[in-house]
Ligand binder design. Structure first.
Ligand code: CP
Ligand code: NVA
Length: 298
């Protein structure tokens, strides 16, 4: 049985295989009955548009069914332990797609349940998004290891996932974060030990210089809403605007996993500009979810 709790669950060659398979599925508008007779529980403790809908549609494209659950309408909201939920749901459904806070929550669901668990975002990682982003990049250039990719902003779940991805795909990753908002130290140290090319700075100009793909994300992630004002101050000077983007490669493309806060981490003109590929990026979530599900269930 396979889980997808972070991209570290993939073997060395599987990450690229998933990108290629998702591309094939996209080009062929793929449908199958792989999940016929199977129901997956979608347990979302945080809001979602893209991840929820792309998984629900992707599961239907593969012939399966879904049940959507939140703490508000399940016993999770009344403190039933996850390890009990895992064992109960394992008696009814054939998988769990889970958006939650601590990475330990998805790890525990996998540990105590007896069905596959997919991480649909935790505070630590967003592995489905990062795999989909690799598809979006691959569609524009197949030579991933010679790329320079930059991350401007918070060292959050997406930044941690980019670090993991750099181990698999071999690109140079430049990360610019203010002091106190850098990515997870253990994730970074592990990647560097494995030979990843990751450069962390507090200077957005140094990070973006010559980049082929430039990423940013909200300054306050879900669960950090109370820190919004403090973070706006800490991230002053980190907005991805036209002046900063001009330092990247002239053909650079802009990525944002969405939802975006225009006027904060990204300017309106960059978000809507010709270098932005954020809606192609959002579409690819659907195709990559199907490839991930096939990897788990076939
Ligand atoms: N990018 C992403 O995960 O979006 P949602 O929060 O809408 O799922
Ligand atoms: N870093 C963001 C990503 C949203 C898809 C968050 O965790 O809220």
């Amino acid at each position: 049985m396979k889980h997808f709790l972070s991209i570290n669950n993939l073997m060395a060659t599987e990450a690229m295989d998933l990108v290629l398979r998702a591309k094939e599925m996209k080009d062929g508008d793929y449908r199958s009955d792989l999940l016929a007779g199977k129901t997956l529980a979608m347990i979302f403790e945080k809001a979602s548009t893209r991840t929820r809908v792309s998984f629900e549609v992707g599961i239907r494209h593969l012939g399966g069914d879904t049940i959507f659950m939140t703490p508000a309408d399940s016993q999770l909201g009344r403190s039933e332990p996850l390890k009990d939920t895992a064992r109960v749901l394992s008696r009814y459904v054939q998988g769990m797609v889970v958006r939650t806070f601590a990475q330990k929550n998805v790890d525990d669901l996998a540990r105590y349940g007896s069905i596959p668990v997919v991480n649909a975002l935790t505070d630590m990682f967003h592995p489905c998004q990062i795999m989909s982003d690799m598809l979006t990049i691959y569609e524009r250039t197949t030579n991933l290891k010679d790329l320079v990719i930059s991350w401007i902003g918070d060292g959050n779940n997406m930044a941690n996932s980019w670090i993991n991805a750099s181990v698999y795909f071999g690109f140079q990753l430049n990360i610019a974060c203010p002091e106190g908002y850098t990515p997870n130290t253990a994730v970074l140290e592990r990647a560097l030990k494995m030979g990843a090319k990751v450069y962390v700075t507090d200077d957005p100009k140094a990070a973006i210089a010559g980049s082929h793909f430039v990423n940013t994300d909200v300054w306050a992630s879900m669960g950090q809403e109370a820190e919004q004002k403090k973070r706006e101050k800490a991230f002053a000077g980190y907005q991805l605007d036209e002046e900063l983007l001009a330092l990247a490669d002239p053909n650079a493309k802009v990525l944002h996993c969405l939802p975006a806060h225009r006027g904060e981490e990204i300017s309106e003109s960059v978000f809507e500009g010709s270098q932005s590929i954020v809606f192609d990026q959002a579409e690819n979530r659907l195709h990559m979810q199907k490839a991930i599900l096939e990897w788990i269930y076939s």
